[in-house]
Design a protein. Structure first.
Length: 264
């Protein structure tokens, strides 16, 4: 499947797809939902909805909280995520390097994975004196409004990039032209400097840069990013200090992965 194409519903198991749609209703900002709210989000008829809620509850993927009178994500989802994180050897390789850099810049260093039309945090290193908000591993991040997202879109094949841009224009009319300008800026930065600059589109108080791995791993694209507050002393030294260190980190990780295709 391409970077952003819609699944062919004729190939899907409808009950499984509906169950996954229910799970996708939950997010870091909406992790407590009533049956009514889930029904409104999914459009499922009540009998089908409650059968699926009972099934998901039976397998521990969601649970009903008597205290809240709402459904919440279950521990079963956490159990399912463990093998995903464990197979990502890049995390173990990168973690100490990320922490060293985060401490040096008194900021935050992130490892982000992009697949299809989504990106999410896979590893986060917080500097000892960092004041930057620390998101949770697994949380999605913006593609269009971050240097990491622009690094990602510039890394994927042209046909996938075009599909993403087409989808972006459908969802947010008028945004494509703006984003294409940002992408061109990012492409120029990558070619001349080796990193993408942030434009404070997502957080005005944060300066960020991103460096992508030069090759995907099993069709997953990986980006490293470094962030510091705009008011910090470190923000004044992004080009001459933070960027070279982040690029060195990425090249070290690439070398540690062992071969040109990064088969891990």
């Amino acid at each position: 499947m391409s970077t952003s194409e819609t699944p062919d519903e004729s190939k899907l198991v409808s009950a499984l797809a509906r169950g996954i749609n229910i799970l996708n209703c939950f997010s870091p900002v909406q992790y407590e939902l009533s049956a009514k709210e889930i029904g409104e989000k999914t459009g499922l008829p009540k009998p089908t909805l409650f059968r699926l809620l009972d099934t998901l509850s039976e397998y521990g993927l969601i649970r009903y909280s008597d205290r809240l009178s709402k459904f919440v994500p279950g521990a079963g989802l956490l159990n399912l995520s463990a093998p995903v994180l464990q197979r990502m050897t890049i995390r173990q390789i990168a973690r100490p390097l990320m922490q060293e850099l985060a401490n040096h810049i008194s900021g935050q260093v992130q490892l982000v994975m992009g697949s299809k039309s989504k990106m999410c945090y896979v590893e986060i290193a917080q500097g000892a004196n960092s004041k930057i908000y620390r998101p949770e591993v697994g949380v999605r991040m913006s593609i269009s409004k971050t240097s990491t997202g622009r690094a990602y879109i510039n890394s994927i094949p042209p046909e996938f990039r075009e599909r993403y841009l087409t989808d972006l224009e459908k969802k947010y009319p008028g945004q494509r032209a703006w984003f294409e300008e940002r992408l061109q800026d990012a492409a120029n930065d990558l070619e001349k400097l080796g990193f993408c600059r942030g434009h404070r589109d997502f957080h005005r108080e944060i300066d960020a840069i991103a460096v992508p791995l030069r090759k995907p791993i099993d069709n997953e694209y990986w980006m490293f990013a470094a962030s510091v507050p705009v008011y910090s002393e470190e923000s004044k030294h992004i080009d001459e200090d933070i960027a070279p260190r982040l690029i060195t980190l990425v090249r070290t990780v690439e070398s540690s992965l062992g071969n040109p295709n990064y088969s891990i």
